[in-house]
Design a protein around this ligand. Structure first.
Ligand code: AVI
Length: 323
């Protein structure tokens, strides 16, 4: 029997799964959490009482909007620029800045980038309603393609990478990503990056293991996706969500745990995978930072820290960087 022909996105997924399940421990990337259901579940996570990062960053942007907008836009009021946002999602936080920039006469085009078409359609519709004067050019693509796209565009840019998305990279990948992001920028371009800061370890852990089980559903949805897109037969009755926080490395690590010995077939890979009882698949890292780590990261990417905005409790930081 030959493997079924897959659409391009699923072919990428198939390659990734084949590689990740060969690893020890078995690994799948959190990048694949965000199908349309995963994106909806992430919207729910952001509203959870335990998940402090989103509302903290929202309050921080509200508090510092004037100073942040001033740091991002060109000094000449009518000089055009692009405001490119990687991983825009529902844009709820960004709307604070967009509204302020429009109110103060900034001449800019907003380019939200996301891998979920549904999330971007929702964002565009809400922007048309709430900010009809805004010029929007949504791009459904991954970060790597967005970076190439950005490099090809002449003109000044401010690039937003909010929500501590940077925390989902492993340290080496994070350094490489930031260096690549910095490369096409010229002296007057700016980056605004959100970093979740280290704090009470219990509070961090709780943010990734909420009592309503939404984060568990978000993690487990990855298996549902493999069932649907790759013809896998993961039985969700025998998989659990587990997460821990290591204050030494600053990493929250999330896992899918096989609660019994089992075999799973993946039709698209024409393979059967064996899982021991309590064997895990590592699915996500969410790193937490200190101001010192942020400075170190900026130095490594040859960027300078222009402003370090934080909230009263110092839970989160939005940092303006320049080449
Ligand atoms: C998108 N990213 C920054 C979230 C985080 O906090 O790592 C994804 C997430 N995973 C579980 N809860 C939220």
């Amino acid at each position: 029997m030959s493997a079924p022909t897959l659409p391009a996105v699923s072919a990428d997924l198939a390659r990734h799964v084949a590689q990740g399940l060969r690893h020890s421990p078995k690994t799948l990337s959190s990048m694949y959490f965000y199908d349309d259901i995963g994106s909806q579940l992430f919207q729910q996570i952001m509203a959870l009482p335990e998940y402090y990062p989103t509302r903290t960053e929202f309050d921080l942007l509200t508090l510092h909007q004037v100073a942040i907008a001033r740091a991002l836009r060109p000094a000449m009021a009518d000089e055009p620029f692009f405001l490119l946002e990687l991983g825009a999602g529902d844009g709820l936080k960004t709307k604070i800045l967009l509204r302020h920039l429009l109110d103060t006469g900034a001449n800019f085009t907003y380019v939200p980038v996301d891998i979920s078409a549904a999330a971007l359609e929702g964002l565009e519709a809400s922007l048309r309603q709430e900010l009809p004067a805004l010029r929007v050019e949504p791009q459904v693509t991954d970060y790597a393609t967005a970076l190439t796209l950005m490099a090809a565009r002449p003109g000044r840019k401010a690039v937003l990478f909010l929500g501590s998305n940077i925390g989902n990279f492993l340290p080496a990948d994070r350094r490489e990503f930031l260096s690549k992001l910095a490369q096409p920028l010229t002296a007057n371009d700016r980056l605004l990056i959100g970093f979740d800061l280290q704090k009470d370890p219990r509070q961090i852990r709780a943010a990734y293991d909420d009592t309503q089980g939404v984060t568990a559903a978000f993690n487990l949805n990855l298996l549902t996706r493999l069932n649907r897109e790759l013809g896998a037969d993961f039985d969700l009755n025998y998989w659990q969500h587990y997460t821990d926080y290591d204050p030494l490395s600053g990493a929250v690590r999330s896992f899918l745990v096989s609660t019994r010995q089992q075999e799973v077939q993946i039709e698209a890979l024409q393979r059967t995978y064996a899982f021991e009882a309590w064997e895990v698949i590592h699915t996500e890292n969410s790193y937490k930072f200190t101001p010192h780590l942020v400075q170190e990261l900026a130095d490594e990417a040859a960027l300078s820290v222009q402003h370090f905005f934080t909230d009263a409790q110092q839970y989160f930081a939005d940092v303006v960087l320049a080449p």
